[in-house]
Design a protein around this ligand. Structure first.
Ligand SMILES: NC(=O)c1ccc[n+]([C@@H]2O[C@H](COP(=O)([O-])OP(=O)(O)OC[C@H]3O[C@@H](n4cnc5c(N)ncnc54)[C@H](O)[C@@H]3O)[C@@H](O)[C@H]2O)c1
Length: 444
């Protein structure tokens, strides 16, 4: 380890290291709060003036951070939020937590990472560590971030340090949180890896070191592709059960789940959404093409999962026909528009995709309810969450369950709804008592 590395190591160990978090969203802000909680001075940098103003006035906008934890971080005086890199040279460890979206044609967009790296480069000095956390394709750290940082004239591994360490936060998950979820780190050199592991261990119980950033980048993609492929498999089975009739896919998966080894249950649904499982597989399939390699698994899973909102649209149209209601006059209530249960995140939500497809068919009698999402824009139209009241349910021709938030009372919803199409098997045992409830993949 060089002197610069030893100095940084000492600062991390005695907690005098200043942590800089670039990008204060679903990943960055919880990370900042964790470091403050462990007594580190932490500087949060985000280009969104609105977010910074909110944080500076003590308002937290990430539902996953417990309010008391946020308040104590804010009141500690250890957290500074800013829109620029003022005093950036005082920061010892930079975490890059910026978005990695895809373009309309589903190609990776790493421009946010590059712009963050450009800004860090302007304040780079010996003894700093940069850890990229944004999910991305292999070789982003070494092939793209490293050359930008090297423009400073400093040498990675001796002057400054660079690593990739993917994020595993699962918003809404009450069992697995930052402290008890193992984290992988892979540095450009051994010193980069060990310094990254050291700083990560300040907030995480278990850190797993790998031999390079590329392994860490690929590992993260494997995690998400694993989910995408398995969800696609059960989505296909759900469609198959509907076609065959007489077999309920949910019962099948539950039964298979009793096997204590070699099986892990995944559940069907209206499609996948969020910032990860839908997008990340495309990062790898795009990258692999440069090697004349076409990833059939990734493409097939994407094809199946992205067809689900279309499948749900068709099922909705069938349910309305069964109700004997003229299609274009049907009143449809979409229940739950967040991309998964118990969160407020609507990015790439399959519920929104279903709404778009229904609007395209001219079904304008659409409304939605989501306790986490008060307002919503779909296909340029503005919607507000309607109250979940008996009267509203009574006036609705079809309730479509797209997100199964825990706070929904299925007995109440079933009792007051004329007809339900449930894409999450949320109505469960209640559905068995009502022949007006159809469940995706129930084989009825
Ligand atoms: N959300 C999750 O559950 C999750 C889980 C694991 C990994 N990830 C990955 O983590 C990364 C971040 O995701 P997120 O959900 O936190 O995104 P987000 O959109 O919630 O937050 C990103 C923030 O970065 C800011 N930003 C953009 N460019 C910037 C720049 N140059 N400098 C400073 N700030 C900038 C944005 O204003 C935004 O506030 C992505 O790569 C994502 O795939 C997300």
């Amino acid at each position: 380890m060089t002197t610069a590395g030893e100095q940084l190591q000492k600062k991390i160990e005695d907690k005098s290291a200043v942590i800089g978090i670039v990008g204060l969203g679903y990943v960055g802000l919880p990370l900042a709060v964790e470091f403050v909680d462990r007594g580190f001075k932490t500087v949060g940098i985000d280009l969104s003036a609105k977010k910074i103003e909110s944080l500076q006035s003590g308002q937290n906008y990430i539902a996953d951070i417990p309010e008391n934890k946020w308040q104590s971080a804010f009141n500690s005086g250890l957290f500074i939020a800013q829109t620029d890199y003022k005093n950036g040279k005082d920061i010892d460890v930079f975490y890059i937590c910026v978005p990695t979206p895809f373009t309309e044609n589903k190609e990776p967009d790493i421009s946010y990472i590059l712009s963050a790296a450009e800004s860090i480069q302007t304040v780079l000095r010996p003894g700093q560590l940069v850890i990229l956390k944004s999910t991305t394709f292999p070789n982003t750290t070494e092939g793209f971030v490293l050359p930008v940082l090297n423009k400073s004239g400093l040498q990675a591994g001796s002057d400054y340090f660079l690593a990739f360490s993917p994020e595993r936060i699962d918003p809404g998950n009450t069992k697995w949180h930052t402290g008890n979820t193992p984290i992988v780190v892979g540095g450009v050199t051994k010193a980069c890896t060990s310094l990254s592991a050291l700083v990560t261990r300040q907030i995480v119980d278990l850190v797993y070191e790998v031999s390079s950033p590329k392994v860490a980048e690929m590992e993260k993609l494997l995690e998400n592709i694993f989910r995408s492929v398995n969800i696609a498999l059960v989505n296909e089975l759900a469609q198959m059960c509907d076609r065959m009739g007489g077999i309920n896919v949910w019962e099948v998966i539950e039964a298979a789940g009793t096997k204590p080894f070699g099986f892990m249950p995944f559940w069907p649904g209206p499609g996948i959404g969020g910032h990860c499982i839908l997008i990340d597989p495309y990062y790898l399939s795009w990258y692999a093409k440069a090697y004349d390699f076409h990833s059939d698994f990734i493409e097939l899973a994407a094809k199946t999962n992205e067809s689900m909102p279309f499948y749900v649209r068709d099922a909705i149209i069938r349910e309305i026909a069964k109700a004997g209601v003229p299609l274009l006059r049907a009143k449809i209530l979409i229940l739950g528009v967040a991309f998964k249960k118990n969160v407020d995140d609507t990015r790439h939500s399959p519920a929104i995709r279903v709404m778009e497809l229904l609007l395209q068919e001219g079904l304008t009698g659409l409304s939605y309810h989501d306790p986490f999402v008060p307002v919503l824009e779909v296909s340029g139209g503005h919607f507000s969450s309607v109250p979940l009241e008996a009267e509203i349910l009574n006036q609705t021709d079809l309730v479509v369950v797209t997100t199964d938030h825990n706070q929904f009372d299925w007995d109440f919803i079933s009792a007051h709804s004329k007809r339900i199409y449930d894409t999450r098997n949320a109505t469960g045992k209640v559905a068995e008592k009502h022949n007006t409830i159809a469940v995706l993949g129930d084989g009825k």
